[in-house]
Design a protein around this ligand. Structure first.
Ligand SMILES: Cc1cc2nc3c(=O)[nH]c(=O)nc-3n(C[C@H](O)[C@H](O)[C@H](O)COP(=O)(O)O)c2cc1C
Ligand SMILES: [Fe+2]
Ligand SMILES: [Fe+2]
Length: 407
């Protein structure tokens, strides 16, 4: 079906976004089982305004849609709630089609757009609480930084009681009818989107929700997926609950020991390190597992829950193994900064690469303690004792960290 439709949100506000039902993966990192939409809204006020644009390849269909409602040259303001190119990608063409338009965004948004566009453009920097009159309608801007880039704002259209939130409260879910009460169940997509895109910024989700709590909202106009006109409160509350649950993590007393092992040498070391940690304190929990064959989403869930991480790998062909690199790829300093970290493994003749586990953990801003424990081939009594002592030392450090937090 050709995507030509525009939708009426309120008599003067229209959805002019585009559907991308066949998208398989978003931003490289995120599967999109239900496709997505890039939502843009046209406000037909005395001074015409557009809220966000769409991803660049969709420019022709986006322009067609806009032309159904207005002469694009008459648009006076383009509100940029967030500058990620899935929303700002059509801005260069849009500025040509609307040569008198002023781009409205946060200071960060304007800075990022300068780099993205490579040319100067007419702009208005807005701060939290600033208002902009469109003649018969008024916009108020609400700072919502780090949802999920530092540039993010929400835009409140007072007369129509519409809140434009871009990525917040959105999800990757494509359905031509676009409204939460008509698209069917999209809860799986909603929670998945929250978990991948917003959860690392849960602290900021909670702050943003507090700012909008008292607004007499009619609908939340999201940047992806359904427009929330019926159950917007349910999705705001759910986001708040998911954020609050995320802020409970990680469990400071839990250590993840994640390893791979071809001949169980590294595995035996893992077991002794775990024993040492348990000996250090009865309150310490060890989550130990072999990563081979375990889906990365599962590994990530376990990283998220752990207050400390110890990584183990053997050396194969002068390198540590793919699963260990994948583990490093799913870790990030936003969530994992400061967690206690350690490394261990077995090698045959070239130990030098073992050091790269330490380097990776340090680059990820974890708190790498001691120097790790590495054994040539099979760990026997002495080496296993070394592992036990390493575990005890690690456990003691965990207890110290926990005492610091409690104190
Ligand atoms: C296919 C293969 C390649 C290996 N390449 C290296 C190597 O380049 N350097 C090295 O120090 N050890 C190498 N080893 C030896 C292993 O690191 C050693 O056997 C280690 O004890 C395996 O630990 P694991 O039982 O935890 O897998 C290799 C072993 C295998 C099976
Ligand atoms: Fe984004
Ligand atoms: Fe987005």
């Amino acid at each position: 079906m050709e995507d030509k439709q525009v939708l009426t949100v309120t008599p003067d506000v229209h959805w002019v976004g585009v559907l991308d039902p066949d998208l398989i993966r978003f931003d490289v990192v995120m599967e999109t089982k239900f496709g997505t939409t890039y939502n843009s809204y046209f406000i037909d006020a005395d001074k015409k305004a557009l809220v966000d644009t769409v991803k660049e390849p969709f420019w022709p269909v986006f322009l067609e849609k806009l032309k159904q409602l207005t002469d694009p040259a008459e648009i006076q303001y383009i509100i940029v709630n967030h500058t990620e190119p899935d929303h700002s990608g059509c801005l260069p063409q849009m500025l040509k089609a609307a040569p008198n338009a002023t781009v409205v965004g946060s200071g960060n948004a304007v800075r990022y757009l300068r780099d993205q566009l490579g040319v100067e453009f007419s702009h208005l920097i807005v701060k939290d609480g600033d208002k902009l009159s469109l003649g018969n309608k008024t916009l108020t801007f609400i700072g919502a930084p780090n949802l999920h880039w530092p540039d993010t704002i929400f835009t409140w259209l007072e007369e129509d009681k519409l809140l434009f939130t871009c990525d917040a409260f959105g999800c990757h879910f494509s359905h031509p009818v676009m409204f939460d009460d008509t698209v069917g169940d999209f809860s799986e997509a909603f929670t998945f989107y929250f978990n991948v895109i917003l959860k690392p910024y849960s602290k900021f989700v909670v702050k943003a929700i507090a700012k909008i709590a008292s607004l007499p909202v009619y609908a939340i106009c999201t940047g992806h997926g359904p427009i929330l006109r019926k159950d917007w409160k349910k999705y705001v509350d759910l986001s708040g609950q998911l954020a609050a649950a995320a802020l409970e993590l990680p469990k400071k007393n839990r250590v993840l020991i994640a390893y791979v092992s071809a001949y169980r040498n590294t595995a035996s070391m893992a077991e002794r390190i775990a024993d040492g940690i348990r000996e250090a304190g009865a309150g310490l929990e060890v989550d130990m597992f072999d990563m081979e064959g375990v889906p990365m989403a599962e590994v990530e869930r376990r990283v998220e829950e752990a207050g400390a991480v110890i990584v183990g790998s053997p050396i194969i062909n002068q390198n540590i193994l793919l699963q260990v690199y994948q583990l490093f790829a799913i870790m990030n300093p936003i969530r994992d900064r400061g967690k206690l970290a350690g490394a261990f493994g077995s090698y045959g003749w070239s130990a030098e690469f073992m050091k790269s586990m330490e380097t990776n953990l340090l680059n990820l801003k974890l708190n790498f303690i001691d120097k790790g424990v590495f054994v040539r081939f099979t760990p026997h009594e002495n080496e296993l004792r070394e592992c036990l002592l390493y575990g005890q030392l690690f456990g003691e450090k965990m207890l110290e960290e926990m005492a610091k937090c409690a104190g």
